[in-house]
Design a protein around this ligand. Structure first.
Ligand SMILES: Cc1cc2nc3c(=O)[nH]c(=O)nc-3n(C[C@H](O)[C@H](O)[C@H](O)COP(=O)(O)OP(=O)(O)OC[C@H]3O[C@@H](n4cnc5c(N)ncnc54)[C@H](O)[C@@H]3O)c2cc1C
Length: 428
């Protein structure tokens, strides 16, 4: 093998899982990311596919309702990466998801973004309640669909911008009344404050404040509580410590809600991935990669890198993997961009959007087309792609999220290793 076997361009969940799997198979791996991407905006939840709401309201069985959604996705969306990779087979798709989620969990294990499962129901700082396949460990005690019904407290912090405890309380009560939140008997606000903090503080600054100064003031209401839900700002690296302190002080489990943007849990996730990769021997760079146009040569910051294989994990528009510069294009190789299985290069952005925000938005599904071995159409041998940059899927469509990035990242690494002829000792 040459000095560098694999260059992974992009360091969100797709690139990180790809780099870790390839490294564990013995390849020398360099990963570069030029900035924060969509991974750093995610809520702290890792989503596979949203359980079918109708099936959920009839049976109350989230796992069965998720299988129904998966079945429908594979039938209705042949251009979705999971349908392409698993040839429409539901059992295979579920197996890939479980395997990839385990790899992601093992990467994050023991750190501030460690994951807990299984599929459960959680409140979000956006003022709704939704299912998630995995959540950061500090959110786990806020699972709402299981266990004996109890009263849930929601911490009010008047200083905190964008935190609406009343909306969270109402969302909990509605989910209870719809039969979804079976662990909720009642929900109440719990008074609190950040003594000494500015009178109006943004979520990332509140997290820094709690990291540095300790717990907010929390007035425990009379009567038993099953858990207290707090905004997702209970620290950056010291999150576990802070939640434990709170639990010991109040004698009640404390759990963060899922985040809205800007997301402190997203910051934790991205930072933990960078660190986990370094610990495993991946060289992590913070620089833009540009294709030199010869062989598989790249300029990465001030360095020339000529890897034997490449994984493109550059995300969609937020990550920077897709852009409109005159025409819609993939940004590293200039590969064609597709949506709905057709080229979208010359399509105007307005023709790819629908007026109603509830409608399916073709622009969100834009990406590059790949075959069942994750080789982009029109790319040279040795190039594989994973994650958001792939056409045919997006997070707002059916709640498919980071699990798709983990699945495609892992498979891209396996396929790159086969291409490299290396001995595969993957974490399977
Ligand atoms: C606001 C928001 C909230 C979300 N919440 C959730 C959620 O709760 N649960 C869930 O499962 N999913 C969620 N998603 C979806 C999920 O975050 C994305 O599907 C996922 O992060 C995409 O990961 P990725 O690794 O493919 O790309 P990204 O995370 O976008 O990473 C792309 C990377 O590529 C790098 N890059 C691009 N071009 C170059 C270049 N030329 N050189 C070097 N680096 C480059 C970028 O710097 C970045 O690091 C959310 C998405 C958004 C936008």
């Amino acid at each position: 093998m040459s000095a560098i076997d694999l260059l992974v361009i992009g360091g969100g969940v797709a690139g990180a899982v790809a780099a870790a799997v390839a490294r564990s198979a013995g390849a020398t791996v360099v990963l570069t990311r030029k900035a924060w991407g969509a991974t750093a905006l995610s809520s702290g939840a890792v989503d596979w596919i949203e359980p079918d709401p109708d099936a959920m309201s009839v049976s109350g069985d989230a796992a069965a309702a998720q299988e129904i959604s998966l079945e429908r996705l594979l039938r209705e969306r042949p251009d979705h990466p999971i349908a392409i990779l698993c040839q429409g087979e539901r059992t295979r798709a579920r197996g890939e998801a479980e395997g990839a989620l385990e790899i992601l969990a093992s990467l994050l294990d023991g750190g501030p973004a460690a994951l807990a499962g299984p599929l459960g129901l959680y409140a979000s700082a956006a003022g709704d309640v939704r299912f998630a396949d995995r959540v950061q460990a500090g959110m786990a005690a806020g699972e709402l669909s299981r266990g004996a019904p109890g009263r849930i407290g929601v911490l009010a912090l008047p200083e905190l911008e964008g935190w609406r405890p009343r909306a969270v309380v109402e969302a909990l009560l509605q989910a209870r009344d719809r039969g979804l939140a079976r662990g909720v008997a009642d929900a109440v606000e719990v008074p609190g404050s950040l003594p000494g903090a500015p009178p109006s503080i943004r979520m990332p600054d509140a997290a820094r404040w709690i990291e540095d100064h300790g717990l907010p003031r929390i007035e425990r209401p009379a009567g038993a509580l099953r858990a207290i839900l707090v905004p997702p700002v209970f620290g950056y690296r010291r999150i576990v410590e802070r939640l434990r302190e709170g639990q010991e002080l109040l004698g009640v489990p404390i759990a963060e809600t899922l985040a809205a943007s800007p997301s402190v849990p997203g910051w934790r996730l991205q930072t933990a991935l960078d660190e986990a990769l370094r610990d495993r021997g991946v060289e992590v760079l913070f620089a833009a990669a540009s294709f030199r146009g010869d062989g598989l040569g790249f300029r990465v910051g001030h360095r020339d890198i000529d890897p034997r294989a490449v994984i493109l994990a550059t995300g969609k528009f937020l990550g920077g993997g897709l852009a409109r510069e005159g025409r819609l294009r993939e940004t590293v190789f200039g590969l064609p961009v597709l949506t709905g299985g057709r080229t979208a290069e010359s399509a105007g952005v307005m023709s790819l959007t629908e007026a109603s925000w509830r409608a399916h938005q073709p622009l969100f599904d834009a990406g590059i087309g790949v075959d069942a071995r994750l080789r982009p159409q029109g790319a040279r041998p040795g190039v594989f792609a994973a994650g958001g940059v792939l056409a045919g899927w997006s997070y707002p469509d059916r709640g498919c999220g980071l699990a798709v990035c983990a699945i495609t990242g892992r498979l891209a690494a396996d396929l790159a290793i086969v291409f490299l002829g290396a001995r595969v000792e993957s974490a399977r």
